[in-house]
Structure formats: structure tokens, C-alpha cells
Write a protein that binds this ligand. Sequence first.
Ligand code: ADP
Length: 257
Amino acid sequence: AREALFQSQKMEAIGQLTGGVAHDFNNLLMAVLGSLELVKKRLAYDPKVTPLIDNAMQGARRGALLTQRMLAFARKQELEAGPVDLPSLVRGMSDFLGRTLGPSIEVDARFPARLPPVMTDANQLETALLNLAVNARDAMPEGGAIIIRAAEKTLTEPQGDLQPGEYVQLRVTDTGQGMDVETLGRAAEPFFTTKGVGKGTGLGLAMVHGLAAQSGGALTLESTPGEGTTVTLWLPVATSQMASDEGPEPAQHDGAG
Ligand code: ADP
């Protein structure tokens, strides 16, 4: 018991330290990014300079993404849950995703014509999707497609962590290198990464799992080495009561990319 206590105190200390550093780093990177954006705007296109600015901006964005992941994890943020229209949310991210992932990755997002809103934290869901998209890209060094789909699912009996009820399954599939059984089993563990020092934090899937669990949903992973990976995020459907209270944006389904 003493060892367990020590362990949890240690984890808390790591969490606080990570959170503090990540927070300051995130602010610094945002300042760098802001200045670079201004420099790029003021400068006429110069084939010798503009690509360098783009590189620096991409690096800063990547760094900000990493620190945001750490923050999200360290903070164990309270959920600010509300009804979220998934097609609108994904469409809203498509430009940012395109810039972050680069031209060799195609994002193919399609949704059913009628999809009920889900009950979750929209900001954290954006971070979660970004984490999944970055993982998918990293698994496809030669490029490829990230396929995003959603479907309604009714559970009449408990299934794993899930209570009976109405859910939307949000799936993110890649055609990348996949995971062996051991990696798959540990992938959502905090700080587990196969990406090497300085590249992975091992907090991406842990954050996604935390969000799913806090929303009353679940996370499942399927993967075949050499073929690819599907991450499924189960999110509870927002009841009509909640939906009419909060008034979600009307759904538009003209394709998110
Ligand atoms: P990180 O991306 O920092 O490594 P994650 O928690 O997001 O942390 O992922 C943990 C590990 O799970 C990765 O290092 C990788 O080995 C594996 N993984 C996650 N997503 C995928 C994917 N789409 N394809 C292949 N492996 C993946």
C-alpha cells in the first residue's frame, strides 16, 4: 500500500510539473506562431524565405500540439459537455487538419444525412481528433488516407464500460503500418510510445480514452500489422431535452473534405 501511495504521489508530481512546463511552452509557441504569421503576411512571396517561414510555423504548430496534449492530460480537465454536431465539428477542423497533416495525407470524412448530436466537450473532442489524425499520419510515412465515419448504435445491454443507451460511434481509420498485439494492448497507457524520445509523449490515446470515459462513452482500437488501424470513439447521444436547451448548430452535411 505504501508503494502504491508513493507511486500515486509521484504521478501527481509528474502531472503538475508536466502541466506547468507545458503551459508556459504553449504560450511561448503561440507567440512565436503569431509573429511568424505576421512576418509571412508582410513579406512578398520569396522562394528563398517563404518556405523557411512555413517550416518554422509547422514546427511551432507541432510543438504547440504536443504541449496541448500534455496539458490536457496533466490537467484532467473538467468536461464542459454540451450537444456537439460531429459533421460541423469535423468540417470546422478540415483546414487546420490539412495544414497540420501535410499534402500527402487525404482526409475523407463522411457522415450519415441524419446524425444526432453527441454529449461531450467540443474543444477536447477537437484535440482528440487531432491526436488520432497525427497518429494516423505517423503510421503512414508514405502518405495515405484518413477515413472518418460515424454511425448510430443502440445498446440494449451493458457492453464493457458502456451502459445501455444510444451512442454514436465515431471511427477514424488509417491504412498505415498497424500495431502488433503487444503495442495494441498498451497503446492507450499514459506515457506508452513507440515513437522515440522527443517524438512521442505517449499521451495522445490516453487523452482520447479519458475524454471518452468522462463523456460516458468508450474507446476501442482495432489494428492489423501492415494493414492499418481503426480507432472507435463511442459517444452518448445528447437527449432531445439537452439538445433543445443548448440549441446545437443546425447540421449541414455537404461533406467535410
Ligand atoms: P504517441 O503518439 O505520443 O506515441 P499515443 O498515446 O497517441 O502516443 O500512441 C501510443 C502508441 O500507440 C504510438 O506510439 C504507436 O505505437 C501506437 N499507435 C497509436 N495510434 C496508431 C496508429 N494509428 N497506427 C499505428 N500505431 C499507432
